[in-house]
Design a protein around this ligand. Structure first.
Ligand SMILES: C[S@@+](CC[C@H](N)C(=O)[O-])C[C@H]1O[C@@H](n2cnc3c(N)ncnc32)[C@H](O)[C@@H]1O
Length: 279
């Protein structure tokens, strides 16, 4: 279709896009706003975590199209995610109100929703994202972590391997997609395995002792489940059972070091203020 011929002002029924999050736990995390976007759309695309969640979504809307069949062993996930954008955009361009539904938060470690919104807006269609409860939100609650206490870094596990990043072991470190760590092809279905995870351990061992207890965390995706929380020593990570739906958290390994220079400057400022007040 030649989009340049479609003028937004003459379009009888303009297409639009809303990418919404379902949250992590079926049913209980869906916001009223996300629910209303789903109900009011013409077509729903579902990028959700499992078949049960998809079946539940189908009860909310008559035209739910699964994005799962576009994954294939040996096919790069990058290609799959590009296809998802094209699928959603084809319906937007056809004048439909499209809702992309993604598990968790649609903008956290999720390329297609961001890209589809960018493309839709560039073509003049209204598009926006509705946040959802992510694995990150759940882990703060289930593990009793406040990211404000010591600070918290988040990295995609493969990116941490491939680029020189600065890890701060005085704060929390959250590693996403550890199950796929080192998969440069982005085309594997299963986990990459112990040898790949050993590379990650070797890297982390530059900042953490090998007996440092890390947490392998899985948020509940069904209301009947409990979160899964396992503590393993860093050295044991390569052989620990790890699924694609788990996130690894390293608690701080060292105490924060006071910044004496900045503290001294702050004291000087305070003293200056006091002097000017009393003058
Ligand atoms: C493609 S990202 C999707 C994240 C999702 N958009 C969110 O908001 O949480 C997949 C990664 O999310 C994390 N993840 C997915 N499901 C999870 C769960 N049930 N519990 C903990 N982490 C999970 C894992 O790190 C996994 O590798």
């Amino acid at each position: 279709m030649d989009h340049s011929t479609i003028s937004p002002s003459t379009d009888v029924r303009r297409g639009s896009l809303a990418c919404v999050g379902l949250g992590m736990t079926l049913g209980s995390h869906l916001t009223p706003l996300a629910r209303s976007h789903i109900a009011q759309s013409d077509v729903v695309f579902a990028g959700v975590s499992d078949g049960i969640v998809e079946a539940w979504l189908q009860r909310m809307h008559a035209d739910v199209r699964s994005l799962q069949p576009y994954y294939r062993e040996g096919k790069s996930r990058r290609d799959t995610y590009q296809e998802w954008v094209e699928l959603m955009m084809a319906e937007v361009r056809a004048g439909k109100r499209v809702c992309g539904v993604f598990y968790g938060h649609p903008g956290i470690f999720a390329w297609s929703p961001h890209k589809a919104i960018e493309v839709a807006r560039a073509e003049g269609y209204p598009a926006h994202m509705e946040p959802g409860i992510s694995a990150e939100d759940c882990l703060y609650a289930d593990l009793g972590i406040d990211p404000g206490r010591f600070g918290c870094q988040h990295f995609e596990a493969s990116q941490l391997l491939l680029f020189e990043r600065r890890i701060d072991p005085t704060g929390y470190l959250v590693l996403w997609q550890v199950g796929h760590v080192g998969d440069l092809s982005l085309a594997r279905f299963g986990a990459t395995g112990p040898a790949y995870r050993q590379l990650l351990v070797d890297l982390l061992a530059q900042d953490y002792p090998l007996d440092h207890a890390l947490i392998i965390y899985r948020a509940a995706t069904l209301p009947i489940q409990q979160p899964r929380i396992r503590r393993v020593a860093l050295r044991d990570l390569p052989h620990a059972e790890l699924t694609a739906e788990e996130t690894v958290v390293l608690p701080p390994a060292r105490a924060m070091k006071p910044n004496l220079a900045v503290r001294a400057r702050l004291a000087e400022l305070d003293a200056l203020e006091k002097r000017s007040e009393s003058a």
